[in-house]
Write a protein that binds this ligand. Sequence first.
Ligand code: NAI
Length: 455
Amino acid sequence: MTYDLIILGGGPAGYLAAERAGHAGLKVALVEERSLGGVCLNEGCIPTKTLLYSAKLYDGAKNGAKYGVSAEGLQIDHAAVVRRKDKVVKTLVGGVKAQMRANQVDVFEARGAVRGRAAEGFSVLAGETEVVGKRLLVATGSSPAVPPIPGLKEGLQSGFVATSREILDLKEPPKNLCVIGGGVIGLEFASYFSSIGAQVRVVEMLGHIAGENDPELVSLLKADLEKRGIVFDLEAKVTGIEKNGVRYEQGGESRLAEADRVLLSIGRRANTQGAGLETVGVHLERGAVVTDDRMRTNQPGVWAAGDVTGFSMLAHTAYREAEVAVNDMLGLPDRMRYDAIPAVLYTNPELASVGETEQSAAQKGLPFRAVKLPMRFSGRYLAENEGGNGIMKLIVNEKTQRVLGVCALSNYASEFIVTAGTWIEAGLSLNQIKKIVFPHPTVSEILREAVFQYE
Ligand code: NAI
């Protein structure tokens, strides 16, 4: 049989594309070698959020006195936290499987690789089985980057060094964790393991943590994490993995960060090796598939979506890219835009942003003005964050009076940032936004407050 669409990879891009295409009546084959749901469901977004939620409850109880709450004999059972994580993952993977059945998607549980063109389109090998389809969607995702650091390969083999995959399943949490890379993955795990009692040191190559986020919010977050005992070594170049820790150079000196476990989290690379994309001439740049804004590759009949494009490696970006790709296959006009994609660091407090920061707006030469507010201007924030010092910023295009960006360091920031994303995506003016009613009291009201403070 010839499928209308073969999808390589069953993560957020792949399974959502399968769902949408199947629903639209296309006959879809989905090839996935591991578990449906990909990194996001099995070893990324969802598992880390279950861990971080347990840590948040534990931290809340430990620091309950300022809210009039006290507890004795408080404990966190890491093994139980991991068991619950497994249960949540199993439920969600089950949900994806059910969606595949509901949309008549044939799932091939095998490693897939493109073999070349066939009379009716493309030939893919799913394990030993040949699958033929008219169209191809490459959604093979990404894997942790492993740089050529002396001792790293051996460390990964022995288990002393873990990536975000292995660290999720540790039965015994580390006592002394060294995290290489202070980006999203590094900070979320640093936050969890320090909450449950580990000594955590983050070794970061740059002069700051948390990537391209607003530096002022990042420095507040860093101070918060430091207060909780996390140590940051910035401008530190890792030179080797040793038996008892990580060797790095800082300010011309060689130092050793002692550790009983190391987490490697220095970015991810697109999974294109071994996918057979060269057999049909798909153009790659630095190992990632190049697409246009309809998610088309250079080869007619081949689309790509998700981390494999090497760009905006986020599950929610992958969802949208998958939808754009499927709409394009169906002849429905749709284009991928990246202006209003929220980014969230699920630390406690959360750091969420969408659109431009002051820095990126200035770099692009945009005519902008920023409003900066303490989160304490929100009654609900004050009620729930004793001593909290979060801030938020609203960036407005002075000429058009439209919102360019918002960032916030606050509880619930992950939930309310989409409000600002909607304003940006819809191109609403401040005058239009002023007429929108927010529920009171909510932390989200800070957005409305900032809009009214803009003069
Ligand atoms: P990242 O790119 O966010 O951060 C990597 C960090 O490692 C950077 O700060 C970089 O300067 C540093 N680094 C690079 N090489 C280094 C070296 N040799 N020594 C020390 N530091 C070094 O990458 P991360 O944290 O691995 O995450 C990968 C991807 O996963 C990201 O693209 C992110 O989008 C996605 N992700 C998103 C999450 C979220 O949205 N909450 C959570 C987890 C992952």
